[in-house]
Design a protein around this ligand. Structure first.
Ligand SMILES: NC(=O)C1=CN([C@@H]2O[C@H](COP(=O)(O)OP(=O)(O)OC[C@H]3O[C@@H](n4cnc5c(N)ncnc54)[C@H](O)[C@@H]3O)[C@@H](O)[C@H]2O)C=CC1
Length: 371
C-alpha cells in the first residue's frame, strides 16, 4: 500500500472543526477496549486531549514532507518511553484512531481513505517504535532531578535550578517535560534556560498559570531539596550553524530558550551582533533583566532591549515587542529566534517574512503549552 497524503488530509480537515468531540471519542473508545491503559494517563484528560490533536494535526499536515516529520516522530517516540508506552500499545491506539476518523469523517470515508490512514498510521507508528527501541539502549526513559535553587522573581514567576541524577543530553533551545510529586502522571513542557555545560544543571523559567497544576506546583509548592521527574529534551529551535548576526525576540517566560541560545553563542567564541528584544506586560514582569544586563556587560556584542506593553508610565521602550522589532532596525541578513505566546510568535514571523527575511532564517518552535 502506498501513502496517499491527499486522502488523509481531506478526511482530517472534516474532523478538525469537531476536534474536541473526536478526541473525547478516541479516548473513550481506547479505554473501553483497553481498560488497562487508563492508568498510564492522568486523572484529568483535558490537556491530554489537546495534545493529541496538536500532535495529530502536525503529523497529518506534514505527512507529505517526510524529512521533518520523521524527526518529529522520532522525538515523540523517545519522549513516550517515559509513559511506559511499548510496541503493543500502538496497535490499540491505531484501532481507536481509525474508529475515530471513520466515525467523524463519515461523509468522505471510503475503502481508499481507510487504506490511506492505515498506511500513514503504520508508517508513523513504526518510526516512533523504532526510535524508542534505539533510544532504550542508550538513554533512560526519564530522569530524576533535585531542586538546588528556587528563586521567586515575581509573585507568579520562579527561576528553578535543577541537578539531574544522570547526564540529560540537550541542545540549547530545547525543552523538557516535567512531572512533580504533587501531580503524578501529569507532565508539562518547559524550556531549558541555560546552555549545556556538562554539570547536569538545568534551569527553568516557570510562570504559575491560573489553574495550571504543574506550573503552580513548581512556583508555589516546590522547595530546595525536592525531586521532580524530567522527560528527554525535544524541540527544533536550536542554534543555526551560520555566521549571520542574530535577532532574538522573547515574550514573557518565552525568554527561557532564547537565553540558552544566547549563552551558547557567547560560549562558542563567535562574535556576532545579538539584539535581544525582551517583551513583558509591566516592568516588574521583566523577571530576568538583571541577569541579561550582566550578560550584556561581559559580551559587548549583545544588546538587550526591554520592551513593556501594558504600562503607560514606563519610561523605557513601550509597545508590543513585535511592533518594536519592526520599527527598530532592519533585520536583513540576521537569523531570528522567536519564543513567547503563540500569537506573538505568529505576529513576529509575519512581520519578518513581510520585510523579506527568508523563512529558513526564522527559528521558532511549534507552540508547546505549559500549565
Ligand atoms: N516557560 C517556558 O519555558 C516557556 C514559555 N513559553 C510560552 O511563552 C508564553 C509566555 O507567556 P507570558 O509570560 O504570560 O507572556 P505575556 O502574555 O505576558 O506577553 C509578553 C509580551 O509578549 C508580547 N505579546 C503578547 N501577546 C502578543 C500578541 N498577541 N501579539 C504581539 N505581541 C504579543 C507583548 O510584548 C507582551 O508584553 C506562554 O505562552 C508560554 O507557553 C514558550 C517557551 C518556553
Amino acid at each position: 500500500m502506498s501513502l496517499n497524503p491527499h486522502l488523509v488530509k481531506e478526511s482530517f480537515a472534516v474532523i478538525e472543526p469537531v476536534a474536541d468531540k473526536a478526541a473525547a471519542y478516541f479516548y473513550g473508545r481506547l479505554f473501553a477496549e483497553n481498560p488497562h491503559l487508563r492508568g498510564m494517563f492522568p486523572p484529568a484528560m483535558d490537556v491530554q486531549r489537546d495534545r493529541l490533536f496538536r500532535a495529530l494535526t502536525r503529523i497529518v499536515w506534514s505527512v507529505d514532507s517526510p524529512g521533518g516529520l520523521s524527526a518529529f516522530l522520532g522525538q515523540l517516540g523517545r519522549d513516550h518511553r517515559k509513559y511506559g508506552v511499548v510496541a503493543e500499545h500502538y496497535t490499540a491506539i491505531g484501532n481507536a484512531l481509525l474508529a475515530t476518523v471513520r466515525r467523524f469523517a463519515a461523509e468522505v470515508w471510503d475503502t481508499e481513505t481507510e487504506a490511506a490512514w492505515v498506511t500513514a498510521y503504520t508508517a508513523a507508528a513504526n518510526i516512533m517504535i523504532e526510535s524508542a527501541e534505539a533510544d532504550s539502549g542508550v538513554s533512560p526513559a526519564w530522569w530524576l532531578a533535585e531542586v538546588v535553587d528556587h528563586e521567586r522573581r515575581t509573585p507568579d514567576i520562579a527561576v528553578i535550578t535543577l541537578r539531574t541524577d544522570r547526564d540529560l543530553p540537550y541542545l540549547p533551545g530545547q525543552y523538557v517535560t516535567v512531572q512533580t510529586a504533587r501531580w503524578p502522571r501529569v507532565w508539562r513542557t518547559f524550556s531549558i534556560a541555560n546552555a549545556p555545560r556538562g554539570d547536569r544543571v538545568i534551569r527553568l523559567h516557570v510562570r504559575a498559570v491560573p489553574g495550571g497544576w504543574v506550573s503552580t506546583s513548581l512556583v508555589e509548592h516546590t522547595r530546595i531539596g525536592d525531586t521532580v521527574m524530567l522527560g528527554p529534551a525535544v524541540g527544533t529551535m536550536t542554534p543555526a550553524d551560520s555566521a549571520r548576526d542574530i535577532l532574538c525576540v522573547a515574550g514573557g517566560t518565552g525568554l527561557a530558550p532564547i537565553k540558552a541560545i544566547v549563552e551558547h553563542v557567547i560560549g562558542s567564541g563567535r562574535r556576532p551582533g545579538i539584539h535581544l528584544l525582551y517583551g513583558a506586560r509591566r516592568a516588574r514582569d521583566l523577571y530576568d533583566l538583571a541577569d541579561l544586563i550582566r550578560m550584556q556587560s561581559s559580551f559587548p556584542w549583545l544588546r538587550v532591549v526591554p520592551v513593556v506593553s501594558d504600562q503607560p508610565d514606563y519610561d523605557g521602550v513601550r509597545g508590543r515587542v513585535t511592533e518594536v522589532m519592526e520599527r527598530f532596525h532592519s533585520w536583513a541578513g540576521h537569523d531570528a529566534y522567536i519564543c513567547g505566546p503563540a500569537a506573538m510568535v505568529d505576529d513576529a514571523v509575519r512581520r519578518l517574512r513581510r520585510s523579506g527575511m527568508p523563512a529558513a532564517h526564522i527559528h521558532r518552535d511549534v507552540a508547546h503549552g505549559e500549565s
